[in-house]
Design a protein around this ligand. Structure first.
Ligand SMILES: Nc1ncnc2c1ncn2[C@@H]1O[C@H](COP(=O)(O)OP(=O)(O)OP(=O)(O)O)[C@@H](O)[C@H]1O
Ligand SMILES: [Mg+2]
Length: 428
């Protein structure tokens, strides 16, 4: 071992000598420059808030559902009280984060009044009753032996443990449909029964989480037992909510000035058809990474439209192919779209006034007579119906005028433009 070290030191000494003899060279010349951007932080200041599992301090736009959940737990500060709730909603609607932040905040709120323990079990990874109870036990007693214990013995342990330390346990069964399918709903009743004798009343609360469509199948059995009034259905996010969620993450994770409101709006528009917050965060992360990796001394340190579309294929955001989307468009609708694409290559949105003047330029280029204002509007409607563009109306700050903003969340404008440039010539 010493020999190797000595040899290693000799090598290092020789290398240092060589460097001194040849004169000092900048490390970037000596090292591989392709690694320079790792951790450089040109755009990404703190990567954690771009992670799925990151739990933000504050939830965005979910006050109403936070209140509903709090109402279901309004008596939780009383010693003999236990509560129940079922949360359902579509993918990425914030079910898990709603419950996680609620339990975290509740623990803090009740400090000095009631000790709350939390056991969050994802039933996708623990789909049998035995695994579920093992996970719950681990959450409150990490050293608890579970090998070879029957479900009855595990439940007995759980009962003893919850009573011994006189704290209250909230069990969260996330993606509970996985367990219900595999093992049925017996375990739910066994968990609820833990409290049944007088002495141990109020030891355990239960929160079930499931995607809406899945729970529908099991609705009657489970919901009726837990109580219909305890069911909280949360909807998918709309574009403005996704905008706020993505903006919160950008503020937390990215270098100031590397993202604009328009870029975050584009991300919100791209994720709006599904209403999935995870997709919005994923798009933001992909865009930031794409921007980070292309940085050098000459680039502007700002996320571009191309960065936002960089991972479309992997994230399978676009359902329609470019060819299908522009197939069968009238020649002048193509010219209008071409005008739009040329501007949206550089800007993330434009106004309808911009479209009209740029369309005039394109007509001149192709030596065409411009179509009327009404026809232009008809084409814009058609482009919107084909999801090629998206329009959003905003009120001007003095409240008197309304402007229509146009963007292209589902396609890369430069791709559509080059396709159109080939097609238009043939069609005219
Ligand atoms: N209102 C919100 N404010 C801030 N972040 C949010 C909000 N809603 C969702 N998120 C974030 O979006 C991501 C997806 O949310 P979450 O995992 O809670 O969705 P879900 O409804 O549980 O999805 P699934 O059905 O796939 O389990 C998470 O990273 C979460 O932190
Ligand atoms: Mg979830």
């Amino acid at each position: 071992m010493t020999k190797y070290l000595e040899y290693d030191n000799c090598q290092k000494l020789a290398k240092l000598k060589r460097i001194f003899n040849n004169g000092w060279r900048k490390p970037s010349v000596v090292m591989s420059s392709y690694l320079d951007r790792i951790g450089a932080g040109y755009v990404i200041d703190n990567p954690d808030p771009l992670d799925f599992d990151y739990v933000p301090k504050e939830l965005v736009c979910r006050e109403k559902y936070q209140n509903y959940l709090a109402a279901r737990f309004s008596s939780i500060d009383k010693v003999d009280s236990s509560c129940r709730a079922i949360i359902t909603g579509p993918v990425g609607s914030g079910k898990t984060v709603l419950v996680k932040t609620f339990c975290r905040d509740l623990q803090r709120h009740l400090v000095n009044r009631r000790t709350i323990n939390i056991a969050h079990v994802n039933c996708r990874n623990a789909s049998t009753s035995t695994r579920v109870v093992q996970r719950i036990l681990h959450a409150i007693d990490p050293g608890h032996p579970d090998r070879g214990l029957s479900i009855g013995e595990l439940l007995l342990s759980l009962r003893k443990l919850t009573r011994r330390n006189s704290s209250h346990l909230i069990v969260i069964l996330d993606e509970v449909d996985h367990m219900l399918r595999k093992s049925g709903d017996d375990i739910l009743y066994q968990l609820l029964r833990i409290d049944e004798d007088q002495e141990g009343k109020g030891t355990l609360s239960l929160i079930l989480i499931s995607q809406e469509q899945v729970l529908d199948v099991l609705e009657t059995a489970v919901i009726s037992r837990i109580g219909k009034t305890n069911l909280i259905k949360i909807p998918a996010y709309n574009e403005d909510e996704l905008f706020n969620i993505a903006m919160q993450r950008a503020d937390l994770a990215l270098v100031k000035g590397s993202y604009s409101e328009q870029i975050i709006r584009l991300i919100a528009e791209k994720s709006a058809p599904i209403g999935d917050a995870r997709l919005a965060i994923e798009l933001l992360k992909a865009a930031a990474e794409s921007c980070e990796i292309r940085q050098d001394d000459h680039t502007e340190r700002a996320i571009s439209i191309d960065d936002v579309h960089a991972k479309d294929e992997i994230l399978s955001v676009d359902m329609v192919s470019e060819i299908d989307a522009i197939d069968g468009l009238k020649p002048h609708a193509m010219l209008v779209l071409l005008a739009i694409c040329r501007r949206l290559k550089k800007e993330s949105s434009m106004t309808t006034g911009d479209v009209e003047s740029l369309y005039a330029v394109v007509c001149e280029e192709y030596e065409q007579q411009m179509k009327s204002h009404t026809t232009l509007w008809k084409y814009l409607k058609e482009l919107e119906n084909r999801q090629l563009i998206k329009t959003r109306i905003s009120t001007v700050s003095d409240g008197r005028g309304r402007t229509t903003h146009l963007s292209m969340p589902h396609f890369l404008p430069s791709d559509i433009a080059s396709r159109l440039e080939m097609l238009v010539k043939k069609r005219l």
